[in-house]
Design a protein around this ligand. Sequence first.
Ligand SMILES: Cc1ncc(COP(=O)(O)O)c(C=O)c1O
Length: 388
Amino acid sequence: MSQRVAGFGTTIFADINALAAKHGAVNLGQGAPDFDGPPEVLAAAVKAVNSALNQYAPGIGMAPVRQAIAHHAQRFYNQTLNPDTDVLVASGATEAMFAAILGLTDPGDEVIVFEPVYDTYVPNLVMAGVAPRYVPLRGDDWRFDADELAKAFNPRTKAIVINTPHNPTGKVFSRDELRAIAELCMKHNVVAITDEVYEHILYDDASHVRLATLPGMAERTVTISSLGKTFSVTGWKIGWAMGPAALVDAVNQAHQFITYAVASPLQAAAATALHLPFDFFEHLQSSYQARRDRMLAVLRRAGFKVFKPQGSYFIMIDWRGVAPSHVQNDMQFARWLIQEIGVACIPASPFYQEADKQLGQYFARFAVCKKDETLDAAAERFTKLGKT
Ligand SMILES: Cc1ncc(COP(=O)(O)O)c(C=O)c1O
């Protein structure tokens, strides 16, 4: 095994899924819906398979899909993109992010990430020979300190990665916060790479601001999103990167030698999905609002301190006061919850760097992207809590 990957270990998701299966726990760990995507989108994929759309797509993505991505950006954000030069289809947001990092940074550069940090970014940076620079999100609203962020920028900083709505906290970065980030990017000539896969999963009155649409940011932002979360087809791994031609070309230079091209029939179905009427997106939001509210009530009733999310599939909790005293940290909490209560969640410390693990030790993340029956089954298991 190379030194490059030797420190990675297995992802927490694999560990928790295995333990949850072993103990028959209700799995609110991984952010994958346990219900299917819209029937018309599934049908479009089947139709494409049966219509001989089964050979390599162009490396940058099929033209109707790139057009649908550009159309979606215009429809929701008033963002104008040339589908021939400003859009690249990738194998999920995950590959788009890795290709963006490889295409836009050099070994020895630094890239700023907010902590807690979605778990693929830092291994991506390590594989690219780039040093992550962490800026913590703290407090009930997961805010960053403006001075701390400003200090993170230095002559080696090549890019900053922003994930909004944010996994694992459910934070939605405000327009003011994004403006502050934008100013620093412009001042230091830094590229922003945004991960917006939860752009349509928003709660209460939260609205999603696309950093690329703030003044001065169009030319220095690569926006990444994907089909999986919005259309409940996480297994399809269809994602995309959008931005100015020069940056998208850089991302494509890496993409062409990672996956080259992405599953043709699923791309074809992506075009159908992205053209769905506003009704679909409104219904998505109201159904997620109901799931989040249901799960917030369950977690509060169980005695947890909850961090009310503004977006994403997730709710973070503080488990102190609920778990028995022998449970000392988030990893022990997750194990105890699976074994004794029968519910699986994701401990928060894997979203923190080694030196900051203690910042996440009292937190855990629950996914709400589940059927009512699943959430009810979890609620039922939590009634055991009073008895332990
Ligand atoms: C913040 C974030 N980015 C990216 C992904 C993965 O996206 P995809 O399945 O499109 O690769 C996830 C999935 O959990 C995520 O939470």
